[in-house]
Write a protein that binds this ligand. Structure first.
Ligand code: BYC
Ligand code: FE
Ligand code: FE
Length: 471
């Protein structure tokens, strides 16, 4: 399915056939562009960036690479191809044809899910807006901008659903997406992690590894939705998401690699002296970003989530590959709870535990990345291991929100927490050091002192390719 770039809003949904919808979206477009100019990447307006743009939604070969002046990026509406005869695959309507229109009785729930998803997309662009000024290389700057334009497009994806399926309230919600802002005391973004600052590139890499990965799991669950347009939109978004997590995984890996190289070369753990980031600091950043990201999965036991499932709106990760009845009326699932100073797992209704199940899928996926980073450390012959903290550590949502726990999951007193948290979360000193390293490196092929070069360039280009041209 190819994309029509002749239209004012590129799309593969035959927008031209629905004049009302087209006009409504064209009315929203200038507000979006103004938002991008004001709260998108700073000082990017006159740069030419080697970006990929979607030219089709077919698997394989959907991307075209070339220089784009950022504000001229063609944001549009791209849905994955329809699946013939698709059904609702779980919950009370299992076996019925998938819905092409929003079922009236589920309108409020669907709107809420779509708004919550949509709100995160521009939030992340806002969080990352100043990073371009301190890029460690042109390669990384290009990756940042690629992530930013695609998160902008993800907002378009949700705004399309709101405009196409929710009438007037949908249009109001689309406006509100441009009115809430990350960290705004009066009109913050909906989910906590999206109001945190992303002040430096280590935070950016951690964010794209841990928080974009929440995006992967939430989108995958929404891709199972009985509402077919939501499913198709999310399926295409997932293809873009893979690159964001690649940026995070390889970004952290390169910071780790650089620390290890300097540790070996100078026979010291104190690589800060050589303009790098030491492994214990990387661990504390990891602890922070993991813990705020696991919060994004909601409560361990959630009637909201159970309802979304039974209604057929939001499924489990790879729902159709799970071997059970897809109704979850009788199944159970292991859910953590606090007993004294310990965390124990007990059997709970699988239906109310779907958030926790998704969190488990997510944690396993995170661990795979951490294992890769540890391989880099081991290959350098260094005796240090990065560890994913326990899910009870530093939580703001759910069972563990009111207690304090160590990174290995022991429940402790407030006093113990006050005494130790500087060992576990980034300190002012850590942040000051990391920020002190953030100086723009813009000569093609050169890297900042604190990061190793990438294994290879983008789209077969050499590492010293001029990924961004300043005008
Ligand atoms: N912050 O029943 P529960 C991405 C509220 S990232 C604040 O567990 P539910 C991206 C909750 O609203 C993916 N509040 O909630 C990444 C509820 O309030 P009410 C984003 C929270 O609904 C990087 C109450 O607590 N997509 O795409 O099961 C860059 C009870 O909680 C939070 C989505 O999130 C929180 N973290 O689960 C760019 C998908 N957690 O009802 C983009 C859509 C819970 O008592 N969202 N609450 O008033 C959802 O599926 C669900 O809303 C959630 C929450 C999974 C987030
Ligand atoms: Fe996104
Ligand atoms: Fe993303």
């Amino acid at each position: 399915m190819s994309i029509d770039y002749q239209e004012r809003i590129p799309n593969n949904v035959n927008l031209a056939d629905d004049r009302r919808l087209q006009r409504a979206l064209e009315k929203w477009q200038p507000g979006y562009q103004q938002w991008w100019a004001e709260l998108g990447p700073t000082e990017s307006a006159s740069t030419d960036v080697y970006l990929r743009t979607a030219v089709s939604v077919d698997p394989g070969g959907w991307a075209n690479y070339g220089y784009v002046r950022m504000p001229e990026y063609r944001w549009g509406i791209f849905l994955s191809p329809p699946e013939q005869g698709r059904q609702v695959n779980f919950g009370a309507h299992k076996g019925k044809p998938a819905w092409q229109e929003v079922p009236g009785e589920y309108r409020a729930e669907l709107r809420r899910l779509i708004v919550t998803q949509g709100d995160t997309e521009p939030a992340s662009v806002e969080q990352q807006r100043h990073l371009g000024l301190t890029c460690p290389s042109l390669y990384d700057l290009r990756n940042l901008f690629q992530v930013n334009v695609e998160e902008g497009r993800h907002l378009w994806a949700m705004v399309y659903l709101l405009h196409a399926h929710f009438g007037r309230d949908g249009r109001e919600e689309a406006e509100a997406m441009l009115e809430r802002h990350s960290g705004d005391p009066d009109k913050p973004r909906i989910l906590h992690a999206f109001n945190e600052a992303t002040p430096d590139w280590l935070s950016f890499f951690m964010f794209t590894f841990f928080t974009d990965r929440d995006g992967k799991y939430q989108l995958a669950s929404l891709a199972e939705s009985g509402l077919d347009p939501l499913s198709r939109t999310c399926r295409f978004m997932l293809t873009e998401e893979a690159h964001h997590m690649f940026v995070g995984e390889t970004g952290v890996q390169r910071v780790v690699q650089r620390a290890c190289e300097l540790m070996k070369e100078h026979r010291t753990d104190d690589v800060r002296r050589y303009g790098a980031i030491d492994l214990p600091t990387i661990q504390r950043y990891l602890n922070f970003h993991f813990s705020v990201s696991v919060d994004l999965f909601g409560q361990e036991l959630s009637t909201n989530a159970a309802n979304y499932f039974t209604m057929g709106l939001k499924g489990r990760f790879r729902e159709t590959r799970i071997e059970d009845d897809h109704l979850l009326e009788n199944g159970t699932y292991q859910v953590p709870e606090i007993r004294g100073d310990k965390v124990v797992f007990t059997e709970q209704s699988a239906l109310t535990a779907v958030n926790e199940r998704l969190r488990d899928d997510y944690i396993r996926d995170c661990q795979r990345g951490v294992d890769k980073w540890n391989r880099t450390i081991r290959d350098a012959g260094i005796d240090f291991e990065l560890i994913l903290p326990h899910r009870a550590f530093h939580r703001g949502i759910g069972t563990f929100a009111d207690i304090k726990a160590t990174p290995d999951g022991r429940i402790i007193t407030e006093a113990e927490w006050d005494h130790h948290h500087a060992d576990w979360l980034p300190t002012e000193d850590d942040k000051a050091h990391v920020v002190s390293l953030m100086k723009a490196v813009t000569e093609p092929g050169k890297m900042a002192s604190w990061i190793a070069p990438p294994a290879k360039g983008i789209n077969g280009q050499p590492r010293e390719f001029e990924y961004v041209r300043f005008n």
